[in-house]
Design a protein around this ligand. Structure first.
Ligand SMILES: [Zn+2]
Length: 118
């Protein structure tokens, strides 16, 4: 899909979900996609539904084939963060990067807390 600007409409976002999840779009497009999803509840919901659905589908396929495909679909929040990190890396924006690192450290601390049963 060709787009005129980096500001996407809901229509464009909701018709690019598959493209985003299968990493068929450029990092610039992916960053614009995530930016919209972050600020639009309707598209976020659409993305989460699609993600949950395709994630379940992938797991069924993996069971059928006896393969480990679980890593492809982590959770949608991790996926959004991955895009943002990649985009930030490209822009080399140190200020935002520090902030994202802080968020990731907090998220890791939370995950570790959970796995230790705290
Ligand atoms: Zn939207």
């Amino acid at each position: 899909m060709k787009r005129k600007s980096s500001k996407w409409t809901c229509y464009e976002v909701q018709h690019s979900i598959k493209e985003y999840l299968t990493e068929e779009m450029s990092i610039e497009d992916a960053a614009a996609f995530v930016k919209h999803v972050r600020s639009c509840a309707a598209c976020r919901e659409e993305l989460e539904e699609y993600y949950a659905f395709s994630s379940a589908l992938m797991q069924l396929e993996a069971l059928d084939e006896g393969e480990e495909k679980g890593n492809f679909f982590l959770n949608i929040e991790k996926r959004l963060e991955k895009t943002e990190l990649t985009a930030i890396k490209q822009r080399n924006d140190h200020r935002v990067r520090r902030f994202v690192y802080a968020v990731i450290v907090l998220a890791l601390a939370a995950v570790m807390g959970v796995s230790m049963g705290v």
